[in-house]
Write a protein that binds this ligand. Structure first.
Ligand code: APR
Ligand code: ZN
Length: 280
């Protein structure tokens, strides 16, 4: 795998068990959408299938979180280079923390939607035959009940040493507005958001590559296909000479890599995912 394809990094996480209140919220959110989905194409899944799901910002859109590429190159009013690159961090860590502190606030105030719940429900049914890889840094998949998953672009509610001194990644839900509020690692360096910025290497790529190699169905939801390596996953699944995967995209508009998919299912994730899976 070329290094450029990997550029952009990963983590180890343990996921919470699903609670009774999560189950109730999930079933309410899903039942609101099932009726509108009766006539759509369905993804057939048999007992031998292995399903790889890649999600992007679009799956959290119906939870009220903005996607990235709908603001003229600005993310919530910030230039990407200033808040999502190592150079931006070096130049102005205060601004970077203000940006991610706002994202933490917004994410804490949001809730999983029917699409997050639909994926958790599928995992309930097929267990470790489902692997979920998200580019999102919010925790809506976990709060929806997903467990077998990775955040290839890091996690909003974690922080780590900017100097990579070997100190562990920590859970962190705080907001930092000024330079003097930014906590220091034991080594004396600053703590930075546990986010994979442009120019950094996505997380857990070996595991992701393995799961793509093993899958028979690849489902991509709500990502514009603009950022690699995630945008290449569909090509990796297609390139396997012996057994190319069946590949599906779900979102309201075609992604940049639309031609690589077996099927494009146009519509909002929260309306299309519940009822999409036909377990044989
Ligand atoms: N359901 C499904 N998809 C949706 C919805 C919805 N309700 N609303 C919007 N979308 C789609 C848009 O059509 C678009 O294709 O979500 C996609 C969002 O695209 P981007 O904003 O480019 O986000 P994403 O592809 O996740 O970005 C990838 O780039 O900026 C970096 O690290 C960041 O992880 C991010 C990566
Ligand atoms: Zn350190």
């Amino acid at each position: 795998m070329a290094r450029q394809e990997l550029l952009r990094s990963v983590f180890d996480q343990s996921l919470p068990r699903r609670s009774a209140s999560q189950r109730k919220l999930r079933s309410e959110a899903m039942s609101r959408h099932l009726i509108s989905n009766v006539s759509q194409d369905r993804v057939k899944i048999n007992a031998r299938d292995r399903v790889f799901v890649l999600t992007g910002a679009g799956i959290s859109a119906e939870s009220g979180l903005k996607t990235f590429r709908d603001g003229n190159g600005l993310w919530a009013g910030y230039r990407v280079e200033t808040v999502a690159t190592p150079e931006g961090w070096d130049a102005n860590p205060e601004l970077v923390w203000q940006f991610y502190s706002e994202r933490r606030r917004e994410s804490q105030a949001s809730h999983p939607n029917a699409a997050h719940y639909a994926l958790a429900e599928l995992e309930d049914k097929i267990g470790d035959h489902l692997f979920l890889c998200t580019q999102n840094v919010d925790d809506l998949h976990e709060r929806g009940g997903s467990r077998n998953m990775v955040h290839m672009h890091g996690e909003l509610f974690k922080s780590r040493c900017e100097a990579d001194c070997g100190a562990p990644v920590i859970e962190d839900r705080n907001g930092y507005r000024s330079l003097c509020e930014i906590p220091l690692c034991a080594c004396g360096a600053r703590l930075r958001p546990h986010i994979v910025w442009f120019g950094e290497i996505p997380l857990q790529m070996a595991r992701i590559q393995h799961e793509i190699d093993c899958c028979s169905i690849l489902l991509v939801v709500g990502t514009s296909g603009a950022v690699h390596p995630a945008a290449s996953f569909v090509h990796w699944a297609n390139m396997r000479a012996a057994s190319p995967a069946r590949t599906y995209y779900v979102g309201p508009e075609k992604p940049l890599n639309a031609n690589a998919f077996t099927q494009i299912i146009l519509g909002k994730a929260g309306e299309k995912l519940p009822g999409l899976f036909n377990l044989l």
